[in-house]
Design a protein. Sequence first.
Length: 346
Amino acid sequence: MNIRERLELFWAGERPDIIPYTIYQNEWRHTQNEPEWQPMFDAGLGVTWHVSPFRSETKEVEYLNDEYSENGEMYHRQTIKTPVGNLHQTWLNGWARKHLLETADDYRVMLWIVRHTDYTARYEEFLEMERKIAPYGVALSSIGRTPLQTILVDLVGLENFSLHLLDMKNEIEELYEALLVNFRKRVQIVAEGPGRFVSNLENFTAESLGPKRYEKYLLPVYNECFPILRQAGKIVGSHYDGRTASCKRLIAQAPIDLIESLTEPNEGDMPLEEARAAWRDKLFWCNIRVGHYMLPPKKLHDKVLDMVQRGSENGRLFAFEVSEQYPDNWRESIPVVLEALQETRQ
């Protein structure tokens, strides 16, 4: 079996020959030319690529990018120019230092952008990517974040989001509704297009919203939109890489097929056996904690098999991935994981 065949069985709730193991292309790309990867691919490792089967276009909007130095550090700055005003954001080493939305006027400009954004299918590009990255790469149909997570993660940032919930609640609500209109459009395009697995890159962690806001802003979107994808034969996975315990009852109700990037404490807050008890029929695509990759080989080997025992249903509903930072000792540790997974072979 190759990695695609294993993932297809995993997504279908069936048991592959061995537990699948993948790494995000976004992580792997940093060292993709290193020759040590090829033996890992031969041993079963796969690379997942998030590919949007649609393109977005916003007329009368110009994106300007430049770099500048400050206190010896190089910043990347983007300016978004529109007929109703401009927005700015900056990054340092890939991390946002200034988010797009800080004032009520910023929300007004972003609302205009969202309302003037159109989406069109690009199915051929998706299929071409599938062909290009075989046999070790697997394309995932990326649908993006739901509206409130888009505001929190992409547009505002956690600190400002907490303040805006109090000071600019109306602006958040109005932008949320506009983003929901666009999310529905993307759902329809993805439902009609190629790709078995639909990646909803939420980057959800419960302490940023809590159960009340999860129930108000996230669950209704899932209940409305994800059944459309399911009816089209898709498997829907949401990237929940943080803490989930306070929302576990609501997550159980959500029509999410797969919890992706699930991580045990201390990064997350639910051990696998607790997560399995709470979400009996959901698929788990789990991280191994970065610190565990640093364990001596025998301890890492045993940790992998222990996670399989606690998280899977007799080898079903379970896979591993590297979806966050991969370990510095990847050349030594990832082969240990692959060797351990050989022991899960039917």
